[in-house]
Design a protein around this ligand. Sequence first.
Ligand code: N01
Length: 540
Amino acid sequence: MPASNAITILDALIIGSGFSGIYLLHKLRDELKLDAKIFEAESDIGGTWNNNRYPGARVDCPVPLYAYSSPKVWESWTWTELYPSQKEIKAYFDHVDGVWEIRKDCVFNSRVNEATFDECVARWTIRTTDGKVTMAKYLLVAVGFASKSYLPEWEGLDLFEGVVYHSAHWPKDAEVDVKGKKIAVIGTGSTGVQIFQEWAKVADEATIFQRTPNLCLPMRQEKLDADQQVKEKVDYVDYLAQCATTFAGLEYQVTPTNTFDAGEEEREAFWESLYQSGGFRFWQNNYQDFISNLEANQAAYSFWARKTRARIQDPKKQDLLAPLVPPHPFGAKRPSLEQDFYEQFNKPNVHIVDTESNPIVDVTPTGIATTDGKVHEVDIIAVATGFDAVTGGLLSLGLKDVNGVGLDERWKDGMSTYLGMAVSGFPNMFLPYSLQAPTAFANGPTLIELQGDWIASIITKMEKENIRSVTATPDAASAWNNEVNTIANMTLLPLAKSWYMGSNIPGKPVQSLNYVGGLPTYRERCAKALDEDFFGFAKA
Ligand code: N01
């Protein structure tokens, strides 16, 4: 790096070293031979898998799908579980670094707080909180969907005398020993479920604070055999390519018939097979009208509730965890995968507090106070209240358009992109794994590679044709925005309050943050921009 007051000049600056930032560095540096670097706010690579190290953290897409498709990476790597833990994924990133030499081009502890584009020189100027200035032709914002945590405004958290951590800020080296302790987990998203499933096995008393039930599906975890993986690798290239053609980049597709086309017995048998196979099949392999027809969705919900209630002994806990009336359409809020979450509630020392009926008021020095006047005394609290998902991280970077207007200001009443990767007024800036793309509805690495390849292609084309800058046109952004919202409105997604719609954050504009048209259509739309001479972009 240059002296502290010098300006660093790059071809491409990538913000973030998670799955997408690493892929982009590899593509741009190793294939396009650009001078590219990653700025990473944390002290190591891994993105969400570096930050989210709370107890029980693990992925809920199976390997080898949840990994890069490059043979160079997978031929020398062996997984131990079908759904690996955070620790194993972190080790996988070390392996990726060994293959692609990522860390050598990462600048760690480097937090971007301003970026402006100068049209005269067609360069971004990027500033970091340590005062460094960098100029780059291309700016790749790869901060992921979960880089800004959300903590409700509860008084007293700082006065709590026990141990309290937000799941996204778990201490690096401190193991939190819950043996002999009273623990509380606030929140029942994927994170809360994973922490509680671990802690409830060990703690003296375990209480989960639930506002909305999570409609969890059985993970059906498997230990993986190393020799078996060697044999299966012969087919990896074809297998991964085939999965990339599906709606969500998974091994299975939505079933192309409607729920009530099947008789009751056939439906039950079908749902039973999905439920028994595990993973997200009950969600993503279900009948095609599952996510668009409320009656169909409710029928599937009833099946799920019967299966889940049968695993819980106490009728009061049954009614809270798997009520007879659906709390929201299945899949309109993200379901999680669990291993033995529901069985924990059959123990006398495992409790549930309904914060829908009795919201949390504040945290006292000894526990959590709810509106019914109770203080739930605990020693340790895990706050699993999620994220200002998808856009929170992006909007905290101080990105400004060509007129100097901040992206946060531009989007205060609603967000709009072209293909989920470009924003009008922000030339040469591309956003992998961000809003208005299939982000939450696709296997992460599959989408990241699709978008990373597309970004690499558009940059290659620009370089070849001596184009200084491209920016999404307002018309293209408006058309994409319409497509994103029209498709979302054909589904049941708007009926739930969830981070999918931005409605988990008070005051955030409510709109679909994801493109729910599936990977194949998304791929076509992206290809058109390349095939039809930068369709949707203005060139300079
Ligand atoms: O966050 P969430 P998350 N009072 O927003 C509750 C991915 N992920 O960190 O549902 C009381 O889902 C809130 O209640 P409600 C995955 O995509 C993946 O769990 O709004 N409760 C909810 O229960 C996931 O979807 C894995 O009523 C309050 C919880 O906090 C995404 O990250 C693992 C509250 C927040 O749940 C986010 O998951 C972990 C309040 N004031 C995460 N405010 C994998 O397995 C919020 N809550 C890959």
